[in-house]
Ligand binder design. Sequence first.
Ligand code: 8IG
Length: 280
Amino acid sequence: MSTAAGGPGVLDDPTTDPFALAREAAAAIAVATGVDRHHIALVLGSGWGGAADLLGETVAEIPSEQIPGFAAPAVAGHSAMTRSIRLAGTDRYALVLGSRTHLYEGKGVRRVVHGVRTAAATGARAVVLTNGCGGLNRDWAPGTPVLIRDHLNLTATSPLEGATFVDLTDLYAQRLRDVAHEVDPSLAEGVYAQFRGPHYETPAEVTMAGRMGADLVGMSTTLEAIAARHAGLEVLGISLVTNLAAGISPTALSHGEVIEAGQAAAPRISRLLADIAGRI
Ligand code: 8IG
């Protein structure tokens, strides 16, 4: 693993300042895209691959691993591209991160949140975190998008280091959920529980999560949301239920099912993301 200047391994070095590296990454993005300031950022999770295509005109596309601190994606079906998109009918730009680093990759929490810290350093004021997840509510068929109202961080870690006390009362901003509901009043809301993964939960763990208040289970988003809030970003979280959680579903879970649900939901979630991004 490279610890060369700007290589992703540099975040493993305890003397590296992750915020300085995020500023370096933002500067590299500005040079590569020709866009000085991005207004919002979107992180595309499982099933959301094509969902940014209606946002507007892509003005630049950079292989993510060319940006300081970014690594190539580990998950099949995820894109390694970072895109700059001019939002349709505006002079505002969206930074679209086509993939994320997951905690289960074992590369450390700093790497997991480097994308949102970079987004903040590009000037973004809001971030839309998307993911694919398991649903506990039988009414949410695979392919149903659900707004994240709040979360349970079950990873036993934090992206914040030292005595960094951050209020998370309105982490998933009510203002942005209101915007989403204006676009689609039928959108449900739920509490998202992040497990470390990479295995899916046992049925007993899904029962536990449900009794703790979870409606959705996944392997991302909560650590990024915390880091985003700390960096001053407003956060909107949208989960795509790609499968019923273990024990809720009568059948076993498969990554193929996840990809299929994403493809079936593509037209709806693409429209949804474009309409929301245009109003944030
Ligand atoms: I897609 O059922 C997807 N990601 N933890 N559980 C967890 N993560 C997921 C699931 C799921 N589905």
